[in-house]
Design a protein around this ligand. Structure first.
Ligand code: ATP
Length: 140
């Protein structure tokens, strides 16, 4: 089995979508192995998204990601990375509503920034992102 990092972003948590999203996750065959509600500060959000640090939207991305708590989860199933990316849908939630109407971003995202959820885009980023959020957590 494979693990990936799933995150319900601030708009998803404050919009009260977390329970429904977790229901969709379990329904799709994932186990939620670990979860943690956490408030990102500027430094942590910038480090998490450092690959985007030169993009024009980076300052907006950091203020969005620090605007309220996020729920981070370790999700496990066979092909977890690919399957979770498929379940969340494309980055731009407006486009998701048209091309992937059953995706999570179509359901609770607003636009290309406030897209409700995050998923690791490869096995190597999954490994990095799981360590990023769960390295101090004891047990499995
Ligand atoms: P994530 O990494 O959060 O799962 P993604 O891989 O679909 O999303 P990326 O291109 O990695 O998308 O962008 C990271 C995040 O930056 C997006 O999820 C979104 O919140 C924000 N973002 C991306 N593109 C834009 C944009 N053009 N304008 C504003 N925000 C954007």
């Amino acid at each position: 089995k494979e693990r990936t990092l799933g995150m319900i972003k601030p708009d998803g948590v404050s919009g009260n979508y977390a329970e429904e999203i977790k229901r969709i996750i379990v329904e799709a065959g994932f186990s939620i192995v670990k979860e943690r509600l956490t408030q990102l500060d500027k430094e942590t959000a910038s480090e998490f998204y450092e690959e985007h640090s030169l993009r024009s939207f980076f300052p907006d991305l950091v203020s969005y990601m620090t605007s309220g708590p996020v729920l981070v989860m370790v999700l496990e199933k066979r092909d977890a990375v690919t399957d979770w990316r498929g379940l969340i849908g494309p980055t731009d939630a407006q486009k998701a509503k048209i091309s992937h109407p059953h995706s999570i971003r179509a359901f609770c995202g607003k636009d290309s920034q406030r897209n409700c959820v995050h998923g690791s885009d490869s096995r190597s980023s999954a490994e990095r992102e799981i360590k990023f959020f769960f390295k101090d957590v004891v047990s499995d």
